[in-house]
Design a protein around this ligand. Structure first.
Ligand code: SF4
Length: 346
């Protein structure tokens, strides 16, 4: 049964489903739940990729510290403020400050920036700055940050160790606990089709999203960067989840049903695998958020988690107009304001 309370076995069976009529039922159910819970509004989050330095070495990521053939950048505070003001002028209710796990980002400088954004722009602030100490999470929350994204990528401990070499055991889950305790709206997410990801592992990830009651969940296909170790791994293994658009849509649709109130983005990775209508398809199958990039175009091509990313040459203005048109073409509305998670509507 396609309900919020479906079992692990049911989730896994749906991830494997290939019958077009059954899949149509999945898409329609997800869309109906989306309409009943988060409504027809699609919220814009202005994405600022403020640094591509990273001290970690996640096997799937083009920003990994050991990759030496990438020019690194860190935006100045002045550049970031200009992007924030642009997002405000464009009418976005939220800015997302994202970077690799950059030790060069001074926590106090970030706190000052957060206070400035609240005072001068009045926007909701989502941080996506990697794993930090509890004291730093608290500092940024007290400065005014509203939300924090920390992607889990897998809940399976053994697989976690493989794809995140050198990462302390259990640290991501422990940090997610801290973020919830500090009162952030908390987001997480996974990639679909990372080499080594089985249907059973992915089904457990989706169930965990429900158990932890996340406020935001980002799901996109794994797009291998040629300069990462996972690009060379054979994906022709038994039970390997393929990194296709349709399996990613199944994961998004199931997540909408499992977590009816969560904000789910139509990810740029989905727009990359299907440039024509990748975002629209996701919006029709459970998603309710888009994250237009407001990073200066000279930096965007350097924030190269995966290659050939969609929308790296368009200006922020062009993105807004393009996305707005796509949303209206679906008979949906552009959301106004911060678009925070609303509880208990379902
Ligand atoms: S996924 Fe994040 S933490 Fe991991 S290497 Fe990439 S930017 Fe760094």
């Amino acid at each position: 049964m396609l309900t919020r309370f479906m079992t692990l076995e049911t989730i896994e069976a749906w991830l494997r489903e290939t019958n077009p009529e059954r899949l149509e039922l999945l898409w329609q159910t997800a869309d109906k739940v989306r309409k009943q819970t988060v409504g027809d509004e699609v919220y814009f989050r202005g994405l600022i990729e403020l640094s591509n330095y990273c001290s970690r070495n996640c096997l799937y990521c083009g920003l990994r510290g050991e990759r030496k053939n990438l020019e690194r950048y860190r935006m100045t505070v002045g550049e970031i403020k200009a992007c924030v003001l642009e997002a405000k002028v464009l009418g976005y209710g939220t800015v997302v400050l994202q970077s690799g796990e950059d030790p060069g980002l001074d926590p106090e400088v970030m706190a000052d920036l957060i206070r400035w954004i609240k005072r001068e722009a009045g926007l909701a602030i989502t941080l996506s700055l990697g794993e930090r100490s509890e004291a730093v999470f608290r500092l940024w929350k007290q400065a005014g940050a509203d939300r924090y994204l920390l992607r889990i990528e897998t809940t399976d401990d053994a697989f976690m160790q493989v794809i995140h070499p050198g990462e302390p055991h259990g640290s991501r889950k422990a940090n997610i606990d801290r973020l919830f305790a500090l009162g952030y709206e908390v987001g997480s997410g996974v990639m679909v089709g990372i080499p080594g990801q089985t249907y059973g592992i992915l089904a457990k990830d989706l169930l965990w999203f429900r158990e932890r009651d996340f406020d935001m969940i980002g799901i996109g296909p794994h797009l291998a960067h040629p300069d990462t170790p996972l690009a060379k791994v054979n994906t022709n293994q038994p039970d390997q989840v393929p990194n296709t658009e349709v399996v990613t849509h199944k994961a998004v649709a199931l997540t909408r049903i499992l977590c009816p109130e969560a904000n789910l983005p139509a990810t740029t990775a989905l727009a990359t695998v299907n440039r024509e209508d990748g975002r629209e398809m996701a919006l029709k199958r459970g998603a309710n958020v888009v994250m237009p990039n407001v990073t200066p175009t000279k930096y965007r091509k350097l924030y190269e988690i995966y290659p050939s990313k969609a929308c790296i040459d368009e200006t922020a203005d062009m993105c807004k107009n393009c996305l707005g048109g796509r949303i209206l073409s679906l008979d949906r509305k552009v959301g106004k304001g911060p678009g925070a998670r609303q509880r208990n509507k379902y």
